[in-house]
Design a binder for this molecule. Structure first.
Ligand SMILES: [Zn+2]
Length: 47
């Protein structure tokens, strides 16, 4: 399962988001919208 499809871009609805683990941000590949990324409960941060 890919975590990339769990959220949509609020601007254009694109589900292909680049996950920027180090700065906890998602970046839409279409409109370059930056989306704050909060880890779900129980989800371990990947270090
Ligand atoms: Zn977008």
């Amino acid at each position: 399962m890919s975590k990339e499809t769990t959220k949509k871009c609020p601007n254009c609805g694109n589900t292909h988001l680049i996950l920027l683990y180090s700065i906890k941000l998602k970046l839409c590949v279409d409109c370059r919208t930056e989306i704050p990324w909060f880890l779900d409960k129980g989800q371990k941060p990947l270090l």
